[in-house]
Design a protein around this ligand. Structure first.
Ligand code: NAD
Length: 311
């Protein structure tokens, strides 16, 4: 399939490489020329065909003969610019050139309302748009094991499955357009809150003198059990191969979590849904980021509760 891929960063780069490995032909665009050249070289190395991955001059150029368009961009404003063109220059946007009927897949994490608005614009000119945000991080993007949470009609979901399977392991239909983003922000809201809860419980236990290993064992076989406790425990020394075991490097950064918490809190405001713990979690991660720890894994929030600097 001929795929336009726009946004070749930490996630988009390895995702696009997996599409190359699956044999697709790509036209790619990114503001970073280095990222584009890396992908072109990956195509050449994979097939010996210098044309398997071609560099495009703009999003419109990437999409002009595509059979599917994928975007993986930082935030809503970037998706809007890529699809609709920069202010005063709509001709550079995907919608200016993409052939009628070709599906668009936005894999970025953005707010559901923007997805739904962009989907209406795309539909007005005959292009269906699906939101397909991911979980699994850069490790999942590289290994091709991402989970895709897809918002689309059932027909569009069926049509997109083969492409998404080239980049992920679990492809889940969440409902109509925008519902992929809803699933994603609700999950990350809960993750942020549960991590703070586990960090509080582990810190309290350690301050009161219990061995953290023993406490973690109890939590993980009792009603406090959750992913933040049994798979990603924030207390150093309790588990191997988690960010807490390596000074909170790698993993899912505090600033990325803050972005998702911001989306959840803003979406909640729009529907008058109270999020007392979500708002509190956002403030805690904001304080931690402000203290200079935005790049650390989000489980490092335990260090703020303990009043310690990361090791
Ligand atoms: P990133 O910043 O590494 O990559 C974004 C890329 O988009 C960059 O290469 C940038 O140059 C490019 N870009 C920005 N504006 C552009 C434009 N107008 N035209 C073309 N290219 C443009 O971000 P990332 O970590 O790859 O994340 C991408 C999305 O995935 C975000 O929405 C993020 O929330 C989400 N996400 C990230 C992770 C993660 O662990 N990094 C996990 C799940 C979801």
């Amino acid at each position: 399939m001929r795929i336009a891929f726009i946004g070749l960063g930490h996630m988009g780069g390895p995702m696009a490489r997996n599409l190359v490995k699956a044999g697709h032909r790509l036209r790619v665009f990114d503001l970073s020329a280095e990222a584009v050249q890396g992908l072109v070289a990956a195509g050449d190395a994979h097939s010996g065909d210098t044309q398997q991955v071609q560099a495009a001059a703009s999003p419109a150029d990437a999409a002009r003969d595509a059979e599917c368009v994928i975007t993986m961009l930082p935030a809503a404003r970037h998706v809007e610019v890529v699809l609709c063109g920069p202010d005063g220059d709509p001709a550079r946007g995907v919608l200016a050139s993409v052939p009628r009927g070709v599906p668009l897949i936005d894999c970025s994490t953005i707010d559901p309302a923007t997805v739904q608005r962009l989907a209406r614009l795309a539909a007005a000119q005959g292009n269906p748009l699906a939101d397909a945000p991911v979980s699994g991080g850069t490790g999942g993007a590289t290994a091709g094991t991402l989970t895709f949470m897809v918002g689309a009609t059932p027909e569009l979901f069926a049509q997109l499955q083969p492409v998404l399977q080239g980049m992920g392991q679990h492809i889940v239909h969440c409902g109509a357009t925008g519902m992929g983003q809803v699933a994603k922000i609700c999950n990350n809201l809960l993750l942020a809150v549960s991590m703070v809860g586990v960090a509080e419980a582990m810190s309290l236990g350690a301050s009161l003198g219990i061995d953290p290993q023993v406490l973690a064992g109890i939590l993980n076989t009792s009603s406090g059990r959750c992913w933040s406790a049994d798979t990603y425990n924030p207390y150093p020394g309790v588990m191997p191969n988690v960010p807490a075991a390596r000074g909170y490097s790698g993993g899912f950064g505090v600033d990325l979590m803050l972005k998702d918490l911001g989306l959840a809190n803003e979406a909640a405001r729009q529907v008058h849904q109270p999020l007392p713990l979500g708002a509190q979690a956002l403030q805690l991660y904001e304080m931690w980021s402000r203290q200079g720890h935005g790049q650390l894994d989000f489980s490092s929030i335990i260090r703020m509760l303990q009043g310690q600097r990361p090791a």
